[in-house]
Design a binder for this molecule. Sequence first.
Ligand code: SF4
Length: 318
Amino acid sequence: MRERIPRYNSYNRWLKAKFGERVYKVSVDGGFTCPNRDGTVAWGGCTYCNNDSFRPDEVAPEKSLRQQIKDGTEYLTRRFEAYKFIVYWQAYSNTYKPVDELEPLYRSALEADSRIVGMAIGTRPDCIDREKLQMILDVAGDRYICMEYGLESVFEETLKRINRGHDLFCYLEAVEETKSLGIDVCSHIILGFPGESREQLLSYADTLNDLGVDFVKIHHLHIVKGTRMAKEYLKEPFPLFTAEEWTQLVCDFLERLDPRIRVQRLFGWSPEEHLVGPKWGLTKPQLLTMIHEELERRDSRQGLRFLLEADQGGLQTP
Ligand code: SF4
């Protein structure tokens, strides 16, 4: 099979270079909730959120952390011959507890298996502060840490419409604080909220470039059952991407993205039984192939437009 030229800055390639081999994320659920659900910030959560739609089977809050990690690592070892792992705190807001309750949780996860090389902690930008970040660094020691913050939209109007409960400024502050301690940041974004034009969607890349984040997870808007957005959509359907449209958009997006930002995800994913739409009937490898083939067809790569505009004096070169 012909070897592909890398067309974007892939997270997996970076992991391999950093740790000398492929590293796999083991998801855990620490029984957290979210201030956007329990009334502290708002009730009901973000309108698109249903945490059950992305939780792997091995992960269940009723299992102990050690058991979740044991089940997750065993599965990944069986399936991929995995040997190094990053604990991924995925469900809800994983810093939403007092610092003295967080510390033993993180410590016990890191100590659960000698093959764990670090942690990725998913949370909201309004659930982090310097004290928590410093504690995380202290607990981690020489292990790797990445903070994953949900940005979702860069537009205040959309943030309000989807009930995010924080604004862009809050996000900027969280990223700045985290980067000031030398911790890597991954931004999660969702493209396709109603009311945002194609040009607005592409401008998310400019915001990420300006933020100087280390990683991005790009999701297409997909609607899952049991959410407020599903009700809104079923009552009054709005346009969702087809797989072909998404391929075009994400390739345009990559061209505009700073090539230093490593890409962790190129589309959202939800099991069929949770999904309202769009239903593409494709596997993840099929979708990845479509995106790769489009970049090849264009003979393009991540950052092509970014660098071009920088050359013309509009942006800073790396
Ligand atoms: S998406 Fe995250 S912040 Fe929003 S309700 Fe769900 S867990 Fe909370």
